[in-house]
Design a protein. Structure first.
Length: 131
């Protein structure tokens, strides 16, 4: 298994008017007339990371899990509306803390954005290492 944390920085809703009242004060991004995105908080990302690592730790085969340290979605990069390094770090820390080490398992930190060529090349390198 080769995986990562793509787009876990957001919650998807329908049109802007469908966003529940309790989320109206949150950081929202209208992607298009049918899709509104809500940025996850550091606390939510900590829980998301714990959930992800809990499932990944159950895998019995070879695992390569990559953390894109400079952002997890197209709108989670510098100068984009969901850029929030603190929230991303909460996600990464949660995964690091819960990670179970084993000879056939690697947690790989990539100093790049998930959409960068550097990240893609590393994901491919890790995939090929399983062959």
């Amino acid at each position: 298994y080769v995986g990562s944390v793509g787009a876990v920085d957001m919650v998807n809703f329908g049109a802007r008017e469908t966003v529940p009242e309790k989320f109206q004060s949150r950081r929202l991004h209208v992607h298009n007339p049918q899709i509104t995105l809500m940025r996850t908080t550091a606390e939510e990302n900590e829980a998301i990371g714990a959930w992800i690592v809990g499932r990944v730790n159950r895998m019995t085969g070879p695992v390569r899990f990559l953390l894109p340290l400079k952002g997890v979605s197209a709108i989670d990069k510098e100068d984009q509306p969901f850029h929030d390094p603190e929230a991303d770090e909460a996600l990464f820390d949660s995964i690091r803390t819960g990670w179970t080490n084993a000879p056939n398992r690697k947690l790989v930190e990539v100093d790049a954005h998930i959409n960068d060529d550097v990240f893609t090349r590393e994901a491919l390198r890790q995939f090929r290492s399983l062959g």
